[in-house]
Design a protein around this ligand. Structure first.
Ligand code: GLY
Ligand code: MN
Length: 463
């Protein structure tokens, strides 16, 4: 945990923003995997971690704005619990570490909330993503699960997004720590990858590295010779000479701050000319985007800039044609990059996605596009110092998408379908780094992970 003043200060700022009522922050509970006592690895809710820091099951955090009091509701461990799980600190001892003086058993939360409702005070809550907490909220507030989304507190969502979007120095230091794990994961993959081994042999080692550093994965590893499938979690292919291996993998620090990097490797250790050409277009798009990041610029404009660079490169290879700006405006580039350039990152790898992607990535000024491709951009709004985000352009040759667009004759003035067909089976390339927006621009977090063709070939040759 951070110093307790960090949590005290966050709750104080939250109260200032929300102004009145009672704020309910649901901690997570254990979730069964295949029978009740066999549970998934516990992951605390990120907003709960942000405001209370306690990485423990079965807690409810309440911030009484009107009376300037904070509460943790949770049960002290029973004798049975001690027998199976060992001695545990009291809830009051844990809460003290987060600067919370008021604690009470879990069920007292029900009385507390009921009293607040009876007194016609507003109870603010965030969108819920776990079945257990939806049911708990139904019991706490008397709001049916199906009615919960329309009753969420937009004031609370906006306040949480404001606070969590701008990373504090202590958070940046924590992110820098997890970047060391990220470096080890990706460079290990580079040293291991070779023809004749299974994808899972590499993904298993990467997951082991994340665990061995005291954290966990920040999302299930994407490691695949079929990189054209954007979120491919199948790891059962035997890697062969001539293939590309797309790895999109990240870890969490012990305190759950995320990393998220993508690298694309030639399985053989050496890129072919065709692979190198596509790879360098993606790299140039990524570098150009990073170069343009600074406070005050919209991330949507950075996304469009990266897309334009991809069109420029694909034109040189005779895969696209016409004016690059026009092609991007019409959305023709999305045949090759049907996803957004990146997303916010912090306590979640897609930071705060649970409480509303449009609140996190968009505002009154910058609205989400409706066009295929750019519509999937998770972050479009103006950047501020302290934002942490990913920059992850890619080029993919997706047979189903190509078939559909060609059949419908989409963007014929910008796409040389006949030439693109020759790339079927190529797979995909994605390159991703984690970027901190600074007063005068930005910087990549962590030690640079090999990224140029030469750097990758060199480290792969070193196995
Ligand atoms: N790293 C996976 C994603 O950003 O969606
Ligand atoms: Mn990402």
């Amino acid at each position: 945990m951070f110093e307790k003043s960090v949590y005290e200060n966050r709750r104080k700022r939250l109260k200032e923003k929300v102004k009145s009522g009672v704020i309910l922050i649901m901690g997570n509970v254990d979730v069964p995997m295949n029978y009740p006592a066999n549970i998934y690895h516990f992951r605390q809710d990120s907003s709960f971690l942000y405001f209370f820091g306690l990485d423990q099951q079965g807690l409810i955090g309440v911030i009484d704005v009107d009376n300037d009091k904070d509460y943790i509701f949770g049960n002290d461990v029973s004798l049975d619990g001690i027998i199976w799980m060992g001695p545990q600190p009291l809830i009051s001892e844990r809460a003290e570490k987060a600067g919370v003086k008021n604690t009470a058993p879990y069920n007292s939360a029900f009385d507390f909330i009921k009293k607040a409702q009876d007194a016609k005070r507003k109870v603010h809550y965030l969108p819920q993503y776990r079945a257990e907490n939806k049911l708990n909220l139904e019991k706490l507030l008397g709001i049916k699960v199906d009615d919960q989304p329309k009753n969420v507190s937009v004031e609370l969502i906006k306040a949480v997004v404001d606070l969590r979007s701008v990373k504090e120095q202590v958070e940046i230091a924590e992110l820098e720590k997890v970047m060391e794990t990220a470096y080890e994961m990706h460079t290990t993959a580079m040293k291991m990858t070779k023809p004749g081994i299974y994808e899972r042999e590499v993904s298993g080692v990467l997951e082991g590295i994340a665990l061995s550093k005291g954290g966990m994965l920040s999302f299930p590893i994407i490691l695949t010779v079929n990189g054209e499938t954007l979120h491919n979690h199948y790891h059962g292919n035997l890697m062969k000479e001539g293939q590309l291996l797309l790895i999109d993998a990240g870890a969490e620090s012990e305190m759950h701050y995320a990393s998220d990097h993508s690298r694309t490797l030639p399985v053989s250790g050496k890129f072919t000319k065709k692979q190198k050409d596509i790879y360098n277009i993606v790299l140039s798009s990524q570098l150009k985007a990073i170069d343009a990041i600074k406070p005050g610029i919209t991330y949507k404009s950075i996304h469009l800039l990266a897309a334009e660079e991809i069109v420029n490169g694909l034109k040189d290879l005779d895969l696209m044609k016409g004016d690059p700006k026009e092609a991007v405006n019409k959305g023709a580039h999305a045949l090759f990059m049907p996803h957004g350039l990146g997303h916010m990152m912090g306590l979640d790898v897609h930071d705060m996605e649970d409480i509303g992607e449009n609140h996190v990535g968009y505002d009154d000024e910058i609205k989400r596009a409706e066009q295929f491709g750019t519509a999937f951009l998770r972050l479009g709004r103006k950047l501020q110092t302290g934002f942490v985000l990913t920059v992850e352009p890619g080029i993919y040759f997706i047979p189903a998408l190509l078939d559909k667009w060609e059949k419908e004759g989409l963007h014929k003035e910008h796409i040389n379908y006949e030439n693109v067909r020759k790339y079927l089976g190529f797979g995909g390339v994605r390159i991703e780094d984690d970027i901190l927006v600074t007063d005068d621009g930005c910087r990549a977090l962590g030690q640079p992970i090999p990224k140029t063709v030469e750097e990758i070939e060199e480290i792969m040759g070193s196995k």
